[in-house]
Design a protein around this ligand. Structure first.
Ligand SMILES: CC(C)(COP(=O)(O)OP(=O)(O)OC[C@H]1O[C@@H](n2cnc3c(N)ncnc32)[C@H](O)[C@@H]1OP(=O)(O)O)[C@@H](O)C(=O)NCCC(=O)NCCS
Length: 254
């Protein structure tokens, strides 16, 4: 069962991603009462509204009540959630399956055409408008995509079947993906052309991304000179300082 505290934390992490982007864009002041900031974020960001409804629906199906009152509460909650879900789908154009497993910090940038099936997705992923994540369409084929952490999916991209998209991968606009994509790669076009050592590093930001040890570790795995456009520079910032070793005396540092 997902605890209420865990659900609240997931919702907080989602809202914070939108809030951070609004702050960077200068739309939302960095200070002020948190409730007002949250309400403004919810009004401005359709992805945040759809995300909250998904988080609540996911928690409701994971909840296994042990009392009669609890079972009734769950039933009523599911009906209420179903109705709220239909309203949100119409308002936001975003449909997320309750049974999808999605890590913290989901970010859906714009209105419309977003269909997320029962997929598995890591933390801090970005989805653009018109993205479809789901089954291959072959009758009986139930396999769905698994996305790693910090995956960026561009507008109109379609990712289908039992494929795995590695951490920090980026998928270009209108790309159709039916095969695995490696971590830290950028894939564009259909069939996809894949550029290694590029990835989503320049596209995905979130509060604390500069200090995120998972992101640093991934950045250090791109080839030191192989990545292009500033990534080697970003990578160097996280390389450990060379340790000073004194003069060597009889095979050991002095
Ligand atoms: C994923 C993406 C960011 C990659 O950009 P990038 O790494 O800078 O790639 P480049 O622009 O250097 O392009 C590399 C090659 O891929 C091609 N390419 C880039 N994006 C492409 C796409 N979506 N489909 C097909 N080919 C594409 C370029 O023409 C170029 O081809 P070339 O090597 O023959 O010259 C970009 O492809 C993309 O899809 N951007 C969408 C941005 C967007 O949606 N913005 C609006 C948000 S609301």
């Amino acid at each position: 069962m997902t605890s209420w505290a865990a659900v609240k934390q997931l919702i907080r992490s989602d809202i914070d991603r939108y809030q951070y982007m609004l702050e960077l864009d200068g739309v939302l002041p960095r200070r002020g009462p948190q409730l007002v900031r949250d309400l403004r974020t919810l009004l401005l960001c359709k992805g945040a509204q759809a995300g909250i409804v998904f988080r609540l629906g996911h928690a409701l199906i994971a909840w296994t009540p042990t009392t009669v009152a609890g079972r009734w509460g769950r039933r009523v909650g599911r009906i209420g959630h179903w109705m709220a879900g239909r309203v949100i789908e119409t308002r936001t154009g975003i449909q997320i399956a309750d049974r999808a497993t999605i890590g913290p910090g989901l970010y859906i940038g714009h209105f419309g055409g977003v269909i997320i099936g029962v997929v598995t997705m890591g933390a801090n992923c970005n989805l653009s408008h018109g993205v479809t994540l789901g089954r291959s369409g072959r009758v009986g084929d139930l396999a769905r995509p698994t996305l790693g952490d910090r995956v960026w999916v561009g507008p109109g991209a379609v990712l289908v079947g039992g494929i795995t998209i590695g951490d920090d991968a980026a998928v270009g606009a209108n790309t159709v993906v039916t095969k695995d994509l490696p971590a830290r790669s950028t894939s564009v076009g259909s069939p996809p052309r894949t550029f290694p050592d590029r990835g989503s590093f320049e596209m995905i930001v979130y509060r604390g991304s500069e200090e995120d040890p998972g992101r640093h570790a991934s950045l250090l795995r791109i080839a030191p000179a192989g990545g292009d456009r500033g990534l080697p520079e970003q990578r160097r910032r996280f390389e450990p300082e060379p340790t000073e070793v004194g003069p060597v005396v009889s095979g050991r540092p002095a």
